[in-house]
Structures are given as C-alpha cells and as structure tokens.
Design a binder for this molecule. Structure first.
Ligand code: NAP
Length: 337
C-alpha cells in the first residue's frame, strides 16, 4: 500500500507522522507533500528520512492520501486524486456535508465504510476536531439514555488554527511580557491574556460556522438528527487540546454513577473524575494522549435526570491525525484497501 500525506509540514501533518510511527498500518512507501515553502525539508517516519516534495498539480501515485493542506486544496485536488484511484482521507471540511461522502469516527460509525468498495478510490471525510472529541463522550450516553438536547461551550486551543496559531500565541506572550506591541494576524484579536468567542465565520443565524459544524457533524456521525444542540465556540490561549463543557437533557434519567460506568467501558475514553483529589480533564493532561478525558460528571440542576460533564481531548490527535490513521487502519483491517 502506497501512502501519501499532503500538508505534511503542518500541525496536523506533524502529528500524522507521529501517529504513523506507532500505528500498525501496513504500507510500503510514504511520500510527503506540501507547498514550495517547505519542499526540500526532511521529515522522519519509522526510521526513514523523507524529503518533502511540492504537491503535484494532478494525480498522486498513492493508494491512500491523508490530506491536510486546507479546504481549498482538498476541494480542487481530492476529486482528481480519487478519480485516479486513491482513497483520500480528508481533514478539511470540504466534503463533510456531502451525502455521498462518509464522515467517520471509527469507534462510532466505522461500519459506514463497509458499504463501499474503496479499492477503486474515493473520498472519506475526517470530522471537525471539536466534534470528533464530543461524539466520543456523547455516543455511549446517547445509546443508554437518549440525548434530547445538548448545550456545549468550547475552550479551543490555538493549534486548532494550525502551526501559525501556536506561533502567534508564543510571539504575543513574549512581546506582551517584554512590553512590546502585540500584533494579531491569525486571530481576530490578541489571544494572549484573552479569549475570543469567535472561531470561523459568522453566519446569518448569529452562530459561527465552527459552532454549526458541531451540530451538523454530530447529527451525521451519530446518525441522530433529532438531537437538538447549541454550541458556543471560544478560542483560548492554550497550545493544544480542546475542552468542552456539556449539558445534556436525556430521554431516560441518568445517574452520574451509571454515566461513569458507561464511559469507562467506552473505547477511546478515559474517565478522569475525582474532584476530591483534584482530578478532572485538563488540556495539560489530555495533550499528547490518544484517549479523550471526561470528568466533572454530575446531575444537571436544570434538566431533571440530565447530566453535566467536562471533556478534554487532543484535537490534533483524536480531532485530526489519530482519527485519520484509524480510518485507514479500519479500511485495511476490513480488506477495503
Ligand atoms: P497548518 O499547520 O497551517 O498546515 C498546513 C499544511 O498545508 C502545511 O503543510 C502547508 O505546507 C500545506 N499547504 C498550504 N498551502 C499549500 C499548497 N498550496 N500546496 C501544498 N501544500 C500546502 O494547518 P493544520 O492545522 O495542519 O490544518 C490542516 C487541515 O486540517 C485544515 O484543513 C484544517 O482545517 C484541518 N484540521 C486541523 C485541525 C487542527 O487542530 N489544527 C484539526 C482538524 C482538522 P507549507 O508548510 O509548505 O506551507
């Protein structure tokens, strides 16, 4: 199996290399592509030094392409790569809402991948990072108790805006502490010593596109369009791992104990929930971890029988690189590539 990464020099690309290093995915060749800016640089995977190449204009000679060079590139290039026989696992939002494109978190709806024959190529969408982390906790609770309504507030790290987001936080922190002017280019306002309730574009309904992605993608991945969901997405001055405060109204009453037991049994989830010893999910503990953390699980004071919880997950891993590699692993395990 020939594998390629497009966007290998970016924040997600870097994590893809790290995840592939530890993955059981079987491949004979790995090609790395980016823009002319980083072409020629050398990256490592499984003991091999690989030179980053300029992304070609047309088809790429690969069976599987992990695409993480942004929505614009995916929109124009992914159909060309797929038509030439590659399975494109796309990290951008370019194809997530197309009915014919599966949007997949393998633990939740990996089975949708079995409905097609991927050997001739095609496009599979990797979800929005906030959503991928959220559904990992919601799915087991939904199966047991039926989620009627979810209210989600997010606290999203600067790396959600790519490598340049982290650089902006670092530079602004340095400048701020040294009394130099703080300049913002990536984010709408200075992010250092601040938070910004604005991620992606504002839409006509007053929500941002990031907030609506959480609704649209939760419905598609969980195959539960009946769930009502409202999200407020906020950028905060951390480097990585997104956090989410979640309030759930449920069809059938839940207890925190029952919720904890279900989440403890769920693949990809760690319950970190012992307030007495100050153990709860945090970006510091969730960063670099494959599993998402769930804690602060308690009965809702607003919805009878409902729940409140707090989630943290490394959005560069489960929200991007890890999930993409897990999709490729799932296809290989089921002899689909
Ligand atoms: P990033 O750090 O800005 O990296 C972008 C990558 O794309 C770099 O490798 C860059 O190469 C490459 N690229 C840019 N323009 C290109 C061009 N014209 N031709 C070829 N390659 C080009 O961004 P990122 O955070 O990794 O995000 C990548 C994608 O994943 C985006 O669609 C993003 O929405 C999605 N995503 C990101 C996250 C996250 O948490 N960051 C989570 C989920 C999904 P150069 O180094 O040469 O510029």
């Amino acid at each position: 199996m020939k594998l390629a990464i497009v966007g290998a020099s970016g924040a997600v690309g870097h994590e893809l290399l790290g995840v592939l290093e530890k993955s059981s995915l079987n491949f004979s060749e790995l090609r790395l592509y980016a823009s002319p800016r980083s072409a020629g640089s050398i990256l490592e995977c499984r003991g091999q030094k690989i030179t980053v190449e300029v992304m070609p204009e047309g088809a790429i000679d690969a069976d599987v392409i992990l695409a993480s060079a942004g929505g614009g590139i995916s929109k124009t290039q992914a159909p060309i790569w797929a038509a030439a026989g590659a399975v494109v696992i796309d990290n951008s939002s370019a194809f997530r809402y197309e009915d014919t494109v599966p949007l997949v978190v393998p633990e939740i709806n990996g089975d949708v991948l079995l409905e097609s024959d991927w050997k001739a190529g095609g496009i599979i969408a990797n979800p929005n990072c906030t959503t991928a982390i959220l559904v990992m906790a919601l799915e087991p609770l939904h199966k047991a108790f039926g989620i009627k309504r979810a209210i989600v507030s997010t606290y999203q790290a600067t790396s959600g805006a790519g490598a340049k987001g982290m650089q902006e936080l670092e530079q602004q922190t340095r400048n701020s502490l040294e009394g130099k002017p703080v300049v913002n280019e990536v984010f709408a306002h200075p992010i250092v010593f601040n938070l910004i309730p604005h991620i992606d574009a504002f839409l006509d309904n007053g929500y941002t596109k990031e907030e609506m992605k959480v609704l649209w993608e939760t419905h598609k991945i969980m195959r539960a369009p009946q769930i009502k969901l409202s999200c407020t997405a906020v950028r905060i001055p951390t480097m990585r791992a997104h956090s989410e405060a979640v309030t759930l109204e449920l069809e059938r009453p839940a207890t925190p104990q029952a919720a904890r037991a279900l989440l403890e049994a769920a693949a990809g989830v760690d319950v970190v929930d012992d307030p007495a010893t100050k153990r709860y999910p945090m970006p510091l503990t969730a960063s670099g971890k494959y599993n998402i953390e769930v804690g602060r699980i308690r009965s809702s004071l607003v919805f009878d029988g409902g729940l409140d919880l707090f989630i943290c997950g490394d959005q560069l891993l489960k929200g991007a690189a890890l999930n993409a590699v897990q999709i490729a692993e799932y296809l290989q395990q089921h002899n689909k590539i």
